[in-house]
Design a protein. Sequence first.
Length: 308
Amino acid sequence: MQTIIGSGGAIGVPLAQALTAYTKDIRLVSRHPKAVNPTDQLYPCDLTDFSAIDAAVAGSDVVYVTVGFAYNLRTWQTTWPPFMRAVIDACVRHKAKLVFFDNIYSYDPVALSHMTEDTPLRPSSEKGKVRKQVVDMIRAGIADGSLTALIARAADFYGPGIANSMLIETVVKPLVAGKTANAIGALDKVHTFSYTPDAGKATALLGNTSDAYGQEWHVPTTKEKLTLRQWMELIAREAGTPSKFRSVPRWMIKVMGWFDPVMREFPEMLYQLENDYVLDSTKFEKRFGIMATTPQEGVREMVGRMKE
């Protein structure tokens, strides 16, 4: 049995699709799980009820954590650490392996232009500090031998079927509709992205590779060093619409935060969009011989799906 906790999101769905290459016994855990494959087992669970985590994990050989709690600092501080404590304890109790799908928030911002698995965890943001706390818990379990686990990390996402993504909402949807995109951050800084189908397949492969455990991995991420401007031009070209965009200044983001709770949370993370942002996935590529989908292919698929 392989279990996905947080099964309905941008990574949970392609992960469930990819896991069929390894097993037919897939359990999807979320508040309102929906089947991805015909044989999926659906396990409704309120993931903020930490006492329910043990039963969700019971019987699992591998547990994947791809949950995304509400993008709110207070929610992260009060939910992520006890949730992960419950997951780790359940995995130890039931002898399940743990695969945690992480972001790059906890990395030292100084290393943003070339992030590898050896980049130090020195977060500058409060959300990054929460993520580091969670990672430290997993690392401690690995170090003392009580937990068999690995951590997979991705850059910002792009791909088909993503909901509530800033890139999708502020750039992709407007450009596909022939409207003006609202670019947040520096237009001419490099920004690498992870394609969600690649991330799902890579995470499934890692979870089913015995010697991948005890390590941290970057899933395949674009090698092409495109700037945000170049990404927008590529998206517009694939959509067959004019490449129209405007840069949103910092002060406007703060004003937008008066009306949009997500934008209110975003200013502390702006450093990721104001500097070169390069996630290096060479370790994964060398180990498995798998490269990321090219931006051209990925954007074509993403735009095509949006036009359906």
